[in-house]
Design a protein around this ligand. Structure first.
Ligand SMILES: Cc1ccc2cc(C(N)=O)cc(O)c2n1
Length: 317
């Protein structure tokens, strides 16, 4: 039994590491066959010794039976939506309002605005404990079992911290094409775009169906950053990455609004080359102290804006 416990721990660490390399770093170090072989060994040992199964075991990603309904979840801090900017003038207006409030010494962080579903994930002592949809920003739906099927979501963080992170669950373009191909062959109704497909997948009561949709997740903010002594959005993103979350690498810290506009123009033409859809660029004041000075309206922060790209001409296939 001692040997089994040791081997189970070894397998769990190995499989979580291989999973991280494959799904977060996109740099697998072992062939799939090796991963599958080790997973089968872990599942067999956990069946033999069920009490040695832990909640961060990689065998627990695709949950058990389907749920009857989703429970409601109250977000500890509201999930804000972003005010939109549609052109350079809107961005300059945003910058002027910010500088009127906090002065000219302000830096921004630009991120790609992933076209998916906003979700919130909670960890206690480093273990994933609950995940929820944004809902109306205050109350969402508990989709913990479905989020567990997203391989880039760590079941355990690199540090035993208690936190709540926010991110965008999305369906990569390749998964979307494959899914619609399947539905076409079965004469089923097609999804209009990856965002709708991701929404439909996360709303599945059966986690096995959610798992089959190959969703992914970029994490983009820390709800309790202050408690953890983090003072800026860029530091929060670095910390999330350090903890083992998948964060979007295409982010840039900008010293002024001109650099923001440059970043926006750069990505305007490049987004079709991305393996996922984006519908704009998120621009945030970097310093949390300045964010606090700017505050938020009932709906959205005054320290952030979403620059929206015009909807891509629809190419019907
Ligand atoms: C505060 C906030 C709200 C929605 C967001 C949405 C995205 C996104 N869709 O990528 C990124 C962010 O940093 C966001 N930040």
């Amino acid at each position: 039994r001692q040997a089994a416990m040791k081997r189970i721990e070894e397998l769990r660490e190995l499989l979580n590491k291989y999973n991280y390399e494959y799904y977060v770093l996109d740099r697998p170090s072992v062939p799939d066959a090796e991963y599958d072989r080790l997973m089968q060994e872990l599942i067999a040992l956990e069946e033999q010794y069920p009490d040695l199964k832990t909640k961060d075991s990689p065998s627990q990603r695709v949950g058990g039976q389907a749920l009857d309904a989703f429970q409601k979840v109250e977000h500890r801090t509201p999930m804000l939506s972003l005010a939109n900017a549609f052109n350079e003038g809107d961005l300059r207006d945003f910058d002027r309002r910010v500088r009127q409030e906090v002065g000219d010494d302000v830096a921004y962080v630009c991120e790609l605005k992933i076209d998916g579903l906003a979700v919130s994930v909670r960890y206690e002592d480093g273990y994933f404990v609950q995940g929820a949809t944004r809902g109306d920003g205050v109350t969402g739906e508990d989709i913990t079992e479905n989020l567990k099927t997203i391989r880039s979501l760590p079941l355990r963080l690199n540090e035993p911290v208690t936190l709540e992170a926010r991110g965008e669950a999305y369906m990569p373009k390749a998964s979307f094409e494959r899914l619609n191909e399947q539905r076409r062959n079965r004469g089923e109704e097609l999804f209009a775009n990856p965002r709708n497909a991701a929404a439909g997948s996360l709303r599945q009561l059966d986690p096995k169906i959610a798992a089959s949709r190959h969703l992914d997740l970029f994490v983009y903010s820390l709800a309790n950053a202050e408690e953890l002594g983090i003072d800026s959005h860029s530091a929060a993103l670095d910390y999330l990455q350090q903890l083992g979350f998948k964060t979007n690498p295409e982010r840039r810290r900008c010293a002024n609004i001109d650099e923001v506009i440059q970043f926006v123009n750069e990505w305007h033409g490049k987004r079709s080359h991305l393996p996922y859809e984006i519908d704009g660029i998120v621009v945030k004041v970097d310093s949390f102290e300045q964010q606090k000075q700017l505050g938020a309206t009932a709906k959205s922060p005054r320290w952030a804006v979403a620059y929206k790209f015009p909807a891509e001409e629809v190419v019907t296939k």
